[in-house]
Design a protein around this ligand. Structure first.
Ligand code: PEP
Length: 251
């Protein structure tokens, strides 16, 4: 199974800062990355070209975008298309990140449209899913994740290969809070996600990487990576410095 260690830099870093951190990270991990492990960096749009250039000759490293709009072009002020992202060297995009769902108001159907459009237009996708704390307390985790997966994957292209799609399980209450989901919560939920994608995408589900996200740090990464059905991580805060993220990447 391919392992992915992904850095979401959110709305942090200018072009220079992002390129410098990407170069430092590449230098820290060069020649040490296990063969089945890849590193993805999701900087702000304005820094994508600089990061993609810093990574272009680094085996196992690539750049991606944090968002995109599901149209080729048009009157969509402030939005960006898959072709524009490919043009500056992005090969991946995040869809369904909890901040897009809960701060910017994206619903399941829109996340599904974006996921399908990205995949149909040569971008690889990390589809993010996760429940709110009140949904976990109400014992609705499986229901919420099922809805997010069903809608998120509803329109994906026929013949999709497992290399193009990754699922990231990120409990919303663990993102940026310092509160990590417990090992049992992570393992149980990832096993549920695997079962659900087996139902939705039977021919490729066993090869799809499932990442955990939510307050991953250098001191908890080793324990998280040993859990069942955890094939990597999506990291926010602890990915912002090369020193911290290289410890996570090489754990
Ligand atoms: C994220 O933004 O996807 C994330 C998991 O953030 P953090 O690692 O800071 O919780």
């Amino acid at each position: 199974m391919k392992q992915l260690m992904a850095a979401n830099w959110k709305m942090y870093k200018t072009w220079n800062q992002a390129r410098d951190t990407a170069s430092e990270l590449a230098q820290n991990i060069r020649g040490q990355l296990p063969e089945n492990r890849e590193v993805l960096i999701f900087p702000p749009f304005t820094a994508l070209k600089g990061v993609a250039e810093a990574l272009q000759n680094e085996p196992g490293m690539a750049a991606g975008a944090q968002n995109m709009y599901p149209a080729a072009e048009g009157a969509f002020t402030g939005e960006i298309s898959p072709d524009m992202l490919l043009d500056v060297g992005a090969s991946w995009v995040l869809t369904g990140h909890s901040e897009r769902r809960h701060v910017l108001g994206e619903d399941n159907a829109f996340v599904g449209r974006k996921t399908a459009f990205a995949l149909n237009n040569n971008l690889n996708v990390i589809l993010c899913i996760g429940e709110l704390i009140e949904e976990r307390r109400a014992d609705r985790v499986e229901e919420v994740l099922s809805e997010q997966l069903e809608a998120g994957l509803a329109e994906i292209p026929v013949g999709l290969t497992s290399d193009s799609l990754v699922i990231a399980y990120e409990p919303v209450w663990a993102i940026g809070t310092g509160e990590v989901a417990g090992p049992d919560e992570i393992a149980t939920t990832h096993t549920f996600v695997r079962k659900k994608i087996e139902e939705l995408l039977p021919s490729i589900a066993s090869e799809i990487s499932i990442l955990y996200g939510g307050s991953v740090k250098p001191d908890n990464i080793s324990a998280i990576m040993t859990l069942d059905n955890v094939d990597g991580v999506l990291v926010g805060g602890a990915s912002l410095t090369a020193e911290s993220f290289s410890k996570i990447v090489l754990a």
